[in-house]
Structure formats: structure tokens, C-alpha cells
Design a binder for this molecule. Sequence first.
Ligand SMILES: Cc1cc2nc3c(=O)[nH]c(=O)nc-3n(C[C@H](O)[C@H](O)[C@H](O)COP(=O)(O)O)c2cc1C
Length: 249
Amino acid sequence: MPSHKSNLDAHAISEFLASRRSTRDFIKDKPVPQEIIDQLLVDAMTAPSWSNTRPFKIAVASGDVRDRISKEFLNRWDALSVGRHGNLLAKIKLITSRYGLPTSNRKMAKPYVAELKPRAHRIGAELYKVLGVERGNREARDAEWAKNYEFFGAPTELFIYIHKSLGIWSASDAGLMMENLMLSAHAHGLGTCAQGAVAIWDDVVRKEFEVSSHYRLLTGLAIGYPTDAPVNSFGANRLDPAEITAKEK
Ligand SMILES: Cc1cc2nc3c(=O)[nH]c(=O)nc-3n(C[C@H](O)[C@H](O)[C@H](O)COP(=O)(O)O)c2cc1C
């Protein structure tokens, strides 16, 4: 039985936490060994959970399954982009065929509310600067976004489903679980990137995995070994805790 106490140095832990960052360029032909994936899943299960219910399912996509899903995502992204930015005929084709339109999480494209918008804009602007994408260059931005559908080259993509019955607590539990998994991956020298972008075509994942209709897709999560690309050194800004603590009345 593992001890409930830790001898790890608190300062070292803070440093470790601060050193995790999202990876957006992976070595595609370097698979993650199955025993490491197994260990990440074991570590993920040590997170707290609502009544210990663990109201989530994880679909682990590697190899051919991963490639098939990615290929279909890229085709749909192409169809969606052509429909959105093409002429009237292209728009009509998108609407009538529906191929490329989101089949799940349709509300994801909603604009950010005023309180959160500056934060989202800041990360977008800073990230695109590192990627060399100029403001207003929609095509270049779309090309970067499309990399989500190749999982940034990651050899393994996880699809995280949450049980509908527990509402927001399912998402909270999944988030806690994912962070444990991401930190364990980080400790193994792996990179990760949570990917809400892939949650809009749930049917593609369900074609490959048995997931009951009681579950809905929350997000994807790319895992693999990071390349030396500059985007992987990008450090997202960190909010001052004062910005997220509620003031006493
Ligand atoms: C639920 C969730 C979904 C995310 N979706 C995406 C995504 O689709 N594409 C992407 O590049 N990053 C995505 N991210 C990564 C965030 O942009 C990133 O965590 C944030 O900017 C902070 O940077 P850091 O992870 O490097 O600390 C997502 C993060 C979370 C938690």
C-alpha cells in the first residue's frame, strides 16, 4: 500500500508543475510504449473523483486507428473550411451535404464573453507570434489550426468521454484525471496537449470505439515525444492568483 505521505521537496514540485507546457509538435514515428501508456492510466486513476465514481471513459487511439481518425478529421476540416470561406456554391454544398459540420459540441465556436476574451486573445496572439503567423492571415491561422487534426503529429491520441448523468462533476473529474495523466507523462519525458478542437466530430471516434450513448465527448489529448520545434518552448503566460480569487465583501 503506498504511503499517504510524500517526502518530495515542495519547491521541486512547484518547479516541476511550472515546467509542464502544452506540446504542439511531436515526433510522429516515435510511438509511446504500451507499458508507459498503461502507467499513465494508472497514475490518472489516483486523482480525486466524485464519490470515487470516475465518470469517464478514455478511448486510446494509436497506430491505424489513430491514422484513420486523423484522416477523416482532416477531410472534414477541409470541407468545413471550403464551405466557410468559399463562394455561395461552396456554402450551399456544406449546408446541404452537412459533411464537415460539427456533429457534437456545436456550441464550442461561441465567442468568448468579455471577461474571458482578453485572456483567450492574449494566448492566441502570443502563440501565433511564435509560429510566425501574422495577424489577420486567416489562411496561415487555419493551417495551424488544422494541425490539431493531425494531433500535432502525436502517435497517440486519447479521447476523453464523460458520463452525462453527473453533469459538471463529470467534467471536473475528467479534468483532474487528465492533469494527473499529463503530469505523469511530463515526468516520463513525454509531451501532451489537451485538444478541445477534436471534440466536434464525436461520430468519427465512435466508429472505432465502443462508447455508450450515456457518455459525451469532452476533449482529445495528444501524447508523444516532443520535437525541438520552437512552439514547444512557448510558455503560456500565468495569471496572478489575485485575478482569480474572489474579493471578500
Ligand atoms: C480542455 C482543454 C482543451 C484545449 N484545447 C486545445 C486545442 O484544441 N488546441 C490547442 O492547441 N490547445 C488546446 N488546449 C491547450 C491550452 O491552450 C493550454 O493549456 C493553455 O494555453 C495553457 O498553456 P499550457 O498548457 O502550455 O500551460 C486546451 C486545453 C484544455 C485544458
